[in-house]
Design a protein around this ligand. Structure first.
Ligand code: SP5
Ligand code: ZN
Length: 350
């Protein structure tokens, strides 16, 4: 398993998130990357730098206007001289033009930066600072580099992406995610000629962004096991079993919500179902949205998957025998992060 990373991913360091109106310490910290990289290096995994890629794939999975917005919003905020006391050097939108405000009317397209800041953002936790674009864009390069490696014959490649991506929708950032690295990897594999690609999302949270990007696509399957959003867990509005895709993509989405406090037994039986569904779909390649926040020690989820459980998660997916790109998503308990990722990659490599 080759590990792809970029030092640029460290440039994003929000340090905090505005959660329930309060400034709280962020858990999606830059140190996640160094902890994982150091442990994989110690475990003998080869590590390579992400290669720069053009924006074509990125702009095919995301609305180009959203990509441009994310690229430019920090500098506009800086140039605008907006307040720095509470939000510090972060873009914190104050008005969100959701359906609650729009009410079906044709809305004006405002010029003011403070008005535009909420246009493509759907929560208050996901702050944009001076290094956010650089890091998010480097994570996309890592995902694409891993897809290239697999297309040229490696069985498994791993992109050490950060910030994570699976909550980023076609035109929106949120859930600590800005650009959807896994969606880019899946589209890159499609463009490399794999006719059907399955995304298996093992992050503790439902990947509403990835699901949205491929919702009506018949050529990309999205399957996810995650803590039941109906039990009060992010992303709250999506991730239920009745969501199965639409139009030509009907039947190519599979959600398996899992009760809080569940451990390996419920988790691994869900993984078996996801694996079997990817096989029945006729997948020719796999993207794993590899969050390890379903682990027992993780502060962001109530699931209790063990290190062995993550190894078996990897083995279950490896039993498909398909070219596989793993993309890092969540996982926030720094002391166990490296061990969990190592275990999963060892399982994936069969
Ligand atoms: C990629 C990923 O795992 N995103 C997770 C986003 C879910 N975060 C929502 C929970 C927010 C509560 N965090 C409080 C931590 C204290 N700062
Ligand atoms: Zn997560």
């Amino acid at each position: 398993v080759t590990v792809v990373w970029s030092a640029e991913t460290l440039a994003h360091d929000p340090g905090a998130e505005i959660w329930l109106g309060t400034r709280t310490p962020g858990t999606e910290v830059a140190e996640r990357v160094t902890v994982i990289r150091d442990e994989l290096a110690a475990g003998g995994f080869p590590i390579v730098e992400a290669a720069p890629h053009g924006d074509e794939v990125l702009r095919s999975v995301h609305d180009p206007a959203f990509v441009d917005h994310l690229h430019g919003i920090w500098q506009k905020w800086e140039d605008g001289g907006y307040p720095r006391d509470y939000g510090q050097d972060r873009v914190v939108p104050y008005v969100f033009p959701t359906e609650a405000m729009l009410a079906g009317m044709p809305a004006h397209d405002p010029a003011a930066t403070h008005a535009r800041a909420g246009l493509y953002c759907y929560d208050t936790m996901t702050l944009v600072g001076p290094g956010t674009w650089r890091a998010a864009r480097a994570a996309v390069d890592a995902a694409q580099t891993a897809a290239d490696l697999v297309a040229s014959g490696e069985r498994v490649a791993y992109a050490l992406c950060r910030p994570p991506g699976h909550h980023a929708t076609p035109a929106g950032y949120g859930g600590s995610c800005y650009l959807n690295n896994a969606a880019v990897a899946a589209q890159a594999l499609r463009d490399h000629g794999f006719a059907r690609v399955a995304i298996i999302d093992v992050d503790a949270h439902h990947g509403n962004g990835t699901q949205a990007i491929f919702w009506d696509r018949p050529d990309v399957f999205y399957g996810s096991a995650h803590v039941d959003p109906g039990a009060g867990w992010f992303p709250h509005y999506f991730g239920f079993a009745h969501e199965t895709g639409a139009g030509p993509g009907h039947g190519t989405t599979l959600n398996i919500p899992i009760a809080p406090e569940s451990g390996d037994a419920a988790w691994l039986s869900a993984l078996t179902r996801l694996r079997d569904a990817a096989e029945a779909f006729g997948a020719e390649a796999v993207v794993v949205s590899l969050g390890v926040d379903a682990a027992a020690d993780d502060p962001e989820s109530p699931l209790r998957v063990t290190t062995t459980g993550y190894h078996e998660t990897g083995s279950a997916i490896a039993s498909l025998g398909l070219p596989t790109v793993a993309v890092q998503e969540g996982g926030y308990h720094l002391p166990s992060l490296g061990t969990l990722v190592t275990a999963t990659l060892r399982g994936l490599s069969g």
